[in-house]
Design a binder for this molecule. Structure first.
Ligand SMILES: *[C@@H]1O[C@H](CO)[C@@H](O)[C@H](O)[C@H]1NC(C)=O
Ligand SMILES: *[C@@H]1O[C@H](CO)[C@@H](O)[C@H](O)[C@H]1NC(C)=O
Ligand SMILES: *[C@@H]1O[C@H](CO)[C@@H](O)[C@H](O)[C@H]1NC(C)=O
Ligand SMILES: *[C@@H]1O[C@H](CO)[C@@H](O)[C@H](O)[C@H]1NC(C)=O
Ligand SMILES: *[C@@H]1O[C@H](CO)[C@@H](O)[C@H](O)[C@H]1NC(C)=O
Ligand SMILES: *[C@@H]1O[C@H](CO)[C@@H](O)[C@H](O)[C@H]1NC(C)=O
Ligand SMILES: *[C@@H]1O[C@H](CO)[C@@H](O)[C@H](O)[C@H]1NC(C)=O
Ligand SMILES: *[C@@H]1O[C@H](CO)[C@@H](O)[C@H](O)[C@H]1NC(C)=O
Ligand SMILES: *[C@@H]1O[C@H](CO)[C@@H](O)[C@H](O)[C@H]1NC(C)=O
Ligand SMILES: *[C@@H]1O[C@H](CO)[C@@H](O)[C@H](O)[C@H]1NC(C)=O
Length: 448
């Protein structure tokens, strides 16, 4: 059982790898490298009030490598009845709505479908609660679970009526701040237990419900935002990102890319306005904001060394808390990693071919905008496993790379740098890989 599961998983990887070589987009809502990745939003009712309740709303970013960076998340929902938000702590709604029927002290928000944002750092202490006030920034779970949590508190009421029947809010929407997340319905779960700070008493929420939101690159409707280029010590060819991966210079509207030598560069970057989310990229053949370069650098007797360089071509974006996910069969024996953090990702038992890399705090955790400092680099030392290691057949190149959770487009495998004199061998090996994939597919179907 276990082996056949692993086998079909390996096969799934092989197929998706083959596919991703030819088709750019990763459209699955389901991410094979983070199968249970989700953002869970938990509402804990902590007290009843005369006309409603006070709840602490906590968002947990359980995604291993997808974070939410500035300008942060927005969370919306629709009230089931005529609820209003009397007051909030650690967050605020973007609009108050029509509170004209309230004479004395108007509520914080009277909209049927409120939209909440986090408060900014530096908010006065008397408006804060734990885990709030980070401008909506949520780290990823693998990078730092402690900062992958965000909270606010709402005091909900039914305008003075005393109907204690809680109706769960509906139609949750989570934006980051763009589209991409889909949220399920709220479900009542076992009430959360809270341990007091002296650990001598446990209290519990009066009522708890959870909402789960998942990400899909397809829903985000992003064109690719990242591509991979390759080179090696054994071949002079530098295989660049496929042309027009993220756009074409000729097709895109004028002004969408700038020449770094252009005298208008400074004014183009300045005029863009910092709030703008559309990238302003340096003109390249691929037009991607991010390029990841994988260079097979040195061959030792028992080890081999790779240099990874991530380059930012976007003049409008500093990537904070950036991360890379890299899939390569030798990750089970990565021996040393310079100047990046590393964590193995093992979504499937027995498969240890994926690693997550991110910057060291205060050193290279910020990938600065395009220009002189817009790149970060690392070297990886792998221990050779005699039974699998080879420079042949493009084996030394990564199978898959994500930047900030988005799939990076790889060059087609027939363009990979070849070992000298390996031409015919490579062609036949590619062919045989394709054939074996087809054979496995037939076997798989036959087994169903
Ligand atoms: C959300 O993620 C957590 C942590 O990985 C997991 O335990 C939970 O099952 C996930 N929920 C769903 C609905 O996938
Ligand atoms: C409370 O609200 C529920 C659902 O809206 C309704 O069925 C019930 O009659 C209400 N009770 C009172 C006392 O208003
Ligand atoms: C939630 O969304 C559905 C479908 O879009 C809609 O029919 C329903 O009225 C919405 N519910 C509320 C309370 O807005
Ligand atoms: C609800 O969410 C909390 C926090 O993420 C989690 O600990 C709990 O297991 C969830 N409950 C269910 C039933 O998913
Ligand atoms: C399109 O752009 C490419 C790359 O910049 C350039 O070589 C080519 O001449 C352009 N073609 C046209 C028709 O402008
Ligand atoms: C990126 O960060 C630098 C240094 O903090 C800052 O000067 C620059 O304005 C930032 N650029 C953008 C596009 O936010
Ligand atoms: C995966 O490989 C890494 C690097 O050798 C190792 O540190 C880690 O313990 C391995 N994890 C599993 C689950 O085998
Ligand atoms: C790492 O390489 C050594 C030497 O080749 C090998 O014995 C060992 O099994 C490898 N470790 C893993 C987890 O594959
Ligand atoms: C280097 O690789 C390219 C394929 O990217 C191939 O066309 C070329 O022949 C190789 N060079 C040598 C010296 O083998
Ligand atoms: C293959 O290698 C031999 C000697 O090692 C060399 O003479 C020949 O030119 C090479 N052929 C190609 C196509 O690189």
């Amino acid at each position: 059982m276990a082996t056949s599961f692993t086998g079909s998983v390996t096969f799934a990887f092989l197929l998706s790898f083959l596919f991703s070589c030819f088709i750019f987009t990763s459209t699955e809502a389901y991410d094979p490298l983070d199968p249970s990745g989700n953002i869970t939003i938990k509402w804990d009712v902590i007290s009843w009030t005369a006309d409603g309740y006070v709840a602490v709303v906590t968002m947990y970013n359980f995604q291993q490598y997808r974070h939410i960076q500035a300008p942060g998340w927005t969370l919306g929902w629709a009230w089931a009845k005529k609820e209003v938000i009397w007051s909030m702590m650690g967050g605020q709604t973007t609009e108050q709505g029509d509170c004209s029927k309230f004479k004395a002290s108007p509520p914080h928000c009277c909209k049927r479908d409120p939209t909440v944002v986090d408060l900014l750092p530096g908010t006065p202490y008397n408006q804060q609660i734990a885990n709030c006030c980070k401008g909506g920034v949520l780290n990823s779970w693998a990078q730092d679970p402690a900062t992958a949590i965000s909270s606010f508190q709402v005091s909900v009421g039914l305008s003075g009526t005393t109907n204690k029947t809680v109706k769960l809010p509906r139609n949750f929407t989570l934006k980051a701040p763009g589209p991409g997340y889909t949220c399920g319905p709220a479900r009542i779960v076992r009430p959360t237990k809270f341990v007091t700070s002296d650990k001598r008493r446990i209290t519990q929420a009066l009522m708890t419900w959870n909402v789960t939101c998942t990400y899909s690159q397809f829903l985000a409707q992003k064109t690719p935002s990242c591509c991979v280029s390759l080179s090696s010590f054994y071949n002079d060819t530098l295989v660049n990102c496929p042309t027009c991966t993220c756009g074409c210079q000729n097709k895109t509207a004028s002004g969408s890319c700038v020449d770094p030598n252009s005298p208008h560069l400074a004014s183009a970057v300045a005029s863009s306005g910092k709030a703008s989310n559309t990238p302003l990229v340096q003109c390249t053949s691929h037009m991607c904001p991010i390029r990841v370069h994988w260079h097979v650098k040195v061959n030792y007797k028992e080890y081999w060394r790779v240099k990874i360089t991530v380059t930012n071509f976007n003049y409008r974006m500093n990537y904070t808390q950036w991360n890379l996910v890299v899939q390569h069969p030798n990750f089970d024996n990565v021996t040393q990693l310079f100047s990046f953090n590393y964590k193995p990702l093992t979504p499937y038992e027995g498969l240890n071919d994926t690693g997550m890399l991110w910057g060291l705090q205060f050193y290279n955790d910020l990938l600065a905008s395009a220009g002189e400092f817009g790149n970060v680099q690392s070297e990886l030392l792998f221990r050779k496993d005699a039974s699998t290691f080879t420079f042949d057949k493009g084996w030394a190149f990564p199978r898959r790379i994500y930047f900030n959770g988005d799939n990076c487009v790889m060059p087609p495998p027939d363009a990979y740098p070849w070992l000298p004199n390996a031409t015919t061998k490579l062609m036949s090996s590619l062919l045989s890989t394709a054939i074996s994939a087809l054979v496995s597919l037939v076997i798989l179907l036959a087994n169903l």
